[in-house]
Design a protein. Sequence first.
Length: 324
Amino acid sequence: MNTVRMLPLAAAALFAMAGAHAQQEWPQRPVRIVVPFAAGSSPDILARIVNDKLSARIGQPLIVDNKPGAGGNTGTDQASKSAPDGYTFLLSVNAPLVYNTILYKNLPYDPFKDLVPVSLAATTPNVCAVSNSMNVDSVKGWLAAMKQNPGKYNFASTGSGSISHLGVELIKLKTQSFAVHIPYASSGQAVTAIIQGDVHYACLPPVTVMPQAKAGRLKALAVTSAERSALLPDLPTLRESGLPDIQAVPWFAYMAPKGTPPDVVQRMSREIAAVLKDPETQKRLQTAYFDGVGSTPEALGKFMGEELRRWKPVIERAGLKADN
């Protein structure tokens, strides 16, 4: 009799164990990586490089889902509102993840509340480049031209509030110069605008700038990092060129919708870090001018808080708004 009574209990225990085992076997289907910028943009290139090895490690395809618009806000918002089931992740950048909380009055999401950190993926130094029509070959000549001709020049960015926008605004603030801001949907479009003469200069990711600079279609002048980049050793920093306190470096981070199972977040973080340490992946990243990082979710969360504290006074002091 006791044996008969224990059979349902044993069956229930087996079902519970099977359910727990099924939950641990993430992922069971393809995983979506939302990139809030166009195909060919720096985040898109980075996602595709990482995906090649990452998909093998998790045992499922990773699908890049480009959702450009509003300087990265559109895709970041969509990702934040996706089901937190472990099958949607976001690869975004500085502005949608930090700066836009200051620049926008009515941001449709809060990156610090609606998303959870996964891993800081990479950084890259922006390259300040000018149109050949400016006839300058140094930072000194570029800044002199702007100061001597106030209102004559304009500059491109990858969107209001992007680091390519804020970096130039910081340069303008330090040099008391003026130029009109023209935002574009991607760094590729911004570089094309420089080549065509639609804009005069920009500080953009090297993956789009350097091929055109090497072809002589524009002039690369300096990097926006604090130190010279090992990936671009021949380009001076803005500090070396006479502009102190200028550091505006793009960074790329994986995030997940709030509520995503913590064990899935931790697994994804570990796998991303492992891929970024892979020698073959590192070579591909360096070819595209990325410095792979890889971090814990906790380290990324701390880093985002530091970025907010560092840039908030700069943005407020410059009086910048999203529609500048």
